[in-house]
Design a protein around this ligand. Structure first.
Ligand code: G4P
Length: 528
């Protein structure tokens, strides 16, 4: 296969949903169809196994949320699929947002009984701001659900996007027994069994007037299906590839991940319609996936996947060129050459060493502490810097210090690693060595930081909340001495040694900007 063919067959996407809509179950079923696992249950099992080895995951378990993202790869019908799983909890949206920077499309899972929920809305916005095509999977149709037209209206009202149902649930009053495929005009009925979808489920397929089908459906159900389809044909949006590509129209599929209803047809259609890797913006211009020069960016760092070894894995998305094992690349941010050691890909339950990887692929490399989230690696002769990587303005600040000064070394080590992981933002105050100022978007980030320092680095810490809600950077090199009116601000320094001004509120930040009209103030760190 040529390099170009390799690129074209890649589909890299994330599954987004409000907690409990069925993202984990759908991921698992996609792997099942992809042959990557033979029995459903292993994605969940993997989650559980990780709880056992990794103590800090306790926090997830206690709160019933998922705080980390995983990457899974498998082949299906000639496509190489990379699924990026994302955490569902709102406080971890930063991690999720970054993961969404690494995909080419997204699958939005909606619970048929609940419609669009709060977290779906937030995640959808990130995708639509980036113009990523979004496909909708309406899940749990084995259970009583909303009217499908109401769901379409919900998607339009809440998310502002039109939907185009590719299939339609068969049933009345929210009680469904199958789906109708609008393209092939086939009905697929599923016989509910007691296996709870543990294995692939047999289904009965046929045209609407086929006796195989009619014998299972009441005349009322058949009439209702006919009426719905007529209405869709007349008043619904036709499928339009261009609108889907621009993120203006979402192809909508109905199904049930748990019982395997419609999962396979969804996967097949999705692979056919979802885009292969697309060009990406850099400070130096657009980089196309076909560009022979290697480039990638780090979108996630996970420390202590194996707490016994204190390892750090940097996950990167390849954007151009072909990656070969052992390659030395330029780390753009430090200007240093680094060797990407022990590159890994993640296949369902196992890690595998990568020999070669192509644009669209995600690889995890062991990192000794050089790489940070958002960083670019590329070829020395063709340096580029990926942009559009969101850094969220922190809104909560606290002073973090070790309870015992004997633990200073572990404390420094832990804080530095967790900062590089992007778990939290860390600032230093001039001349103060025994504590850091930390910034977060949500309170839960502080709690996880505290928990992880205690459990992974064996340091108890004090967290003292500070009354600031706004942080400001300046464009260019402006020393704090040159600013007027910074008496209310705390001056701290970020990991690139840039001054940051912490202020009690946005009004005071505005006042500071007014008093220094020649200086441009920024709400998040400057790019690069
Ligand atoms: P999430 O990752 O989006 O948070 O959701 P997850 O897949 O964990 O699913 C949440 C719950 O919904 C699970 O039940 C799961 O079994 C159930 N579920 C997923 N898909 C379907 C479906 O198609 N139909 C029905 N009826 N239920 C579905 P749970 O009770 O929380 O967990 P478990 O007892 O299954 O382990």
């Amino acid at each position: 296969m040529t390099d170009l063919e390799e690129i074209k067959r890649r589909r890299t996407f994330a599954i987004i949903s409000h907690p409990d809509a069925g993202k984990t179950t759908l991921t698992e079923k996609l792997l099942l169809y992809g042959g990557a696992i033979h029995l459903a249950g292993s994605v969940k099992a993997r989650k559980t196994a990780r709880y056992a080895v990794s103590d800090w995951m306790e926090i997830e378990k206690q709160r019933g949320i998922s705080v980390t993202s995983s990457v899974l790869q498998f082949d299906y019908q000639g496509c190489r699929i990379n699924i990026l799983d994302t955490p569902g909890h709102a406080d971890f949206s930063e991690d999720t947002y970054r993961t969404l920077m690494a995909v080419d499309s997204a699958v939005m899972v909606i619970d048929v009984a609940k419609g669009v929920e709060a977290q779906t809305k937030k995640l959808f916005k990130v995708c639509s701001d980036r113009g990523i095509p979004i496909f909708t999977f309406v899940n749990k149709i084995d259970h009583f659900g909303k009217n499908p037209f109401d769901l379409m209206a919900d998607i339009e009202d809440v998310l502002g996007i039109r939907s185009c149902p590719m299939n339609w649930p068969i049933g009345v009053n929210g009680d469904y027994t199958g789906i109708y495929d609008r393209e092939t005009e086939m009905c697929h009925l599923f016989i509910k069994d007691n296996a709870h979808g543990v294995k692939k489920l047999e289904m009965i397929s046929g045209k609407m007037d086929d006796e195989k089908i009619t014998s299972h459906l009441s005349p009322e159900i058949i009439q209702s299906l006919k009426d719905d389809l007529e209405l869709l044909d007349e008043a619904g949006d036709p499928f339009d590839e261009e609108k889907v590509a621009k993120g203006e129209l979402t192809p909508m599929f109905f199904g049930s991940a748990m019982t395997n209803f419609g999962v396979q047809p969804f996967l097949e259609k999705y692979l056919q319609l979802a885009p292969p890797p697309e060009p990406r913006k850099t400070l130096e211009g657009t980089v196309a996936p076909e560009d022979p020069n290697f480039s990638a960016f780090v979108f996630k760092i996970q420390a202590n996947m194996d707490p016994k070894h204190h390892d750090r894995v940097a996950f990167m998305r390849i954007c151009s060129g072909v990656f070969e094992k052992g390659a030395s690349v330029l780390h753009r941010q430090s200007g240093k050459m680094i060797r990407l050691s022990q590159p890994q890909q993640f296949l369902a339950t196992e890690r595998q060493t990568v020999e070669k990887a192509y644009p669209g692929d995600i690889i995890g490399v062991f990192d000794t502490g050089e790489l940070g989230v958002g960083d670019t690696v590329c070829e020395k002769k063709h340096p580029v810097t990926f942009i559009d990587f969101p850094v969220f303005p922190p809104e909560l600040f606290a002073r973090l210090s070790p309870v015992s000064s004997m633990k200073r070394k572990q404390f420094l080590n832990g804080v530095t690693q967790l900062a590089q992981e992007g778990a939290i933002q860390v600032y230093k105050q001039p001349y103060i060595m025994e504590s850091f100022i930390i910034g977060a978007v949500g309170q839960l980030q502080f709690e996880v930081m505290k928990y992880r320092l205690e459990n992974e680095y064996n340091v108890s810490v004090n967290l003292e909340p500070l009354g600031f809600t706004a942080a400001r950077w300046t464009e260019g090199d402006v020393p704090p001495e040159e600013l007027v009116g910074i008496d209310n601000a705390m001056v701290v320094y970020d990991r690139r040694e840039r001054p940051v001004y912490l202020l009690p509120n946005a009004w005071q930040a505005g006042w500071l900007a007014q008093r220094n009209p020649k200086v441009k103030f920024l709400e998040s760190p400057p790019l690069g």
